[in-house]
Design a protein around this ligand. Structure first.
Ligand code: ZN
Length: 140
């Protein structure tokens, strides 16, 4: 479901020079990772320089969208209340992608359905016409 900008009143990520391809990929329902052109290291979040070899050359590659749930918290107190009151409880999680990259995200399932190290897969939430958020659910 696509919501309008007026419906979606939450803080949103602001794409910068390095992260614009990632967010464009999400809009196309593709989870993209940055691969260093010099050493092959995959990284997230997007950045202008490889943390392993300091190369500034990279290309974008598609991730499988599958991984394992590394850790999570359950948010039960909406802060600020006027924005998040209708969302609690919700889950903020860290997912280890199959590619070896860890990504912060939200789980779309109920907190009681989560288990450590469970297989998960990406789902794309089209929150606004120009913004899609990558979230995760238990692998089906
Ligand atoms: Zn590198």
């Amino acid at each position: 479901m696509i919501r309008t900008m007026l419906d979606y009143n939450k803080p949103v990520p602001v794409a910068d020079f390095d992260s614009t391809p990632f967010w464009e990929g999400c809009r196309q329902h593709r989870l993209l990772l940055q691969r260093c052109s010099a050493c092959g290291h995959l990284r997230f979040p997007p950045s202008g320089m490889c943390p392993h070899c300091r190369s500034t050359q990279s290309k974008w590659v598609a991730a499988t969208g599958r991984g394992r749930l590394y850790s999570w918290i359950v948010v039960r107190h909406p802060v600020p209340r006027e924005i998040y009151a209708g969302d609690v409880p919700y889950v903020v999680a860290l997912v280890n992608l199959e590619e070896g990259v860890r990504i912060p995200t939200n789980m779309t399932c109920a907190p009681e359905d989560l288990m450590s190290d469970m297989p998960v897969e990406v789902v794309f939430d089209d929150v606004m016409p120009n913004l899609t958020l990558p979230k995760f659910r238990p692998l089906r």
